[in-house]
Design a protein around this ligand. Sequence first.
Ligand code: ADP
Length: 606
Amino acid sequence: MGTPTEIMRPTDTVGWKSGFNTIKRVTLLALKSPWMVAISLVSTVIATALQLMVPILLGRAVDQTQALVSEPTTAETATAALWVTAGSVLLVWVLRGFFTVFQNYFSESVGHNVGYTLRLAYYEKIQRLSFGFHDRVHSGDLITLGMLDLEAVRMFFSTGLVRIVLLSMLIGIGGYFLLSTDQVLGLLALSFVPFVAWRSSVTQLKLRGTWLELQNRLTVLSRVMEENLGGIRVVRAFAAKSHEMQKYAVASESALELAHERVDIRVRNTSIMTFSFLVAMGLVLWLGSGKVVAGEISVGTLASFLTFMTILQMPVRQLGMLVNSFARTATCGDRIFALLDLDLAITDAPDATDVQISDCVLRFEDVGFTYPGAAQPTLQNLSFTAKRGETVGLIGPPGSGKSTIAHLIPRFYDVSEGAITLDGQDIRDVILQSLRGAVVVVQQDAFLFTTSLENNIAYGDPWAPPSQIADASASAHLNQFIATLPAGYETVVGERGSSLSGGQRQRMTIARALMLRPSVLIFDDSTAAVDAGTEQRIRTTIQAKASERVTIIVAHRLNSLMHADRILFLVKGQIVEQGSHAELLALGGRYRTLHDLQIRPEEPQS
Ligand code: ADP
């Protein structure tokens, strides 16, 4: 199994064994709709058999017409026979049409069922994959995999499996008919088959190579656009339109160049294939007409040969598409299954039980942590305890590991050494869902969904009564602001909360966290965007309920955490000082220096 970044890299080198396994898994997925598979395969067989009858019937019609011309005495019988043949051709063609509709409808439906199953499994897996995975994989790549690769696998049933039945019947039975009627003429009629099959396969494989590269280049394009849209305010603020346009134009041009190359490959090869088919047809006509004149075959047989060739032409050209369908499914499916098969780094232990909170004691025991793939540990030998009703503040220079601590408690990552316990239960031994109900982090990034304020606040508990929502908003000092809005709680926020100010967004995320009434509430620098007055008010409200839980405050402003019962000063992932505000001031260490820098000038006013 590859690393996350290896899985996301488009590649065309899948081993035979793994390719075979992937094809087998996709086929088994298709077989989950057994009736649809059966109807589509039976319809394909019937439609192809009917199609094969057409050249024979047409040949007969030609012979009957000739009899009508050369033996006028039996004109009446010959006309009647011709009518029967004409009627049969019509009937066969109409029936073939019906069965082709069945074949297309059911094979497409099977494909859509496969796509649906895979799409849900893929999305579910993405929800469960650890942050360690998401840190290393670009979300644009995940979207491409979930859209383009999945689409390629979805089409396998109709473009691969059904086509294999259709092509082997047409080429097998058609070829047998031609060879058994006249060996030399048959060989001549089939002479274009190997050449066209080879050319078509080579073309499709070449196109596939360029398709993978095109996919890479389109991913770059979508990344540029995604980043531009995500950072639209920065772009505008720095008047960087022309720089952004240039970036996009370069990525676009590189995609366009490759698209032209693909058109060139396709057009050139189509012409070569058509030419070789016409040469074979000319030769059959030339040799066949000689045989007709010599009385060796009838005109009708020659007509059948030519019709067979015309019918065979398309499927033989499609052989390349069949090869491509297998190659594409093997590689795209391989990537999708590799992701679906990834072991979940963070998952419930087999004997996990719901977390039981009684005294609500959170303990870090000699915790060490290294980010997946990082060379240096971020946290080392970290120990502290916090009880219900206590507030612990984490402060220290940027990069000292404060947010990392906040992310370890709800198990966004697992500790590398030591343990984190809640009332004596190692958090790795409890059911994740229950842990995340008990431990809530208010993140730095105030992310909101494009839905109403009410839905955003009640995100973690959609069935909560309105009074609970109102309570949470009041605690986050949002209620006055919401009361001024014409639609109140029904007001829909813009994409990522763009219609709200930074402070309002942040208060929304605080309300969302408070809704869950967690046992451990962590503020990860989440009041940085809120003005000092509002922060003070939020703090007072939160403190009023702090006796019900452990509160952890990560901040870089001393004002935000100096009221904490205990403050841990972190440097390079280790606690270098700890104590209450007064104790740390008295210590005269780093905390004191920071205090003198941040607070002193303001103290006279405060
Ligand atoms: P703080 O919150 O104190 O500013 P962080 O906990 O965010 O610090 O980061 C601590 C260290 O871990 C930094 O060196 C940072 O570069 C690194 N780090 C943070 N997040 C990740 C991540 N997702 N993957 C790898 N390294 C990370």
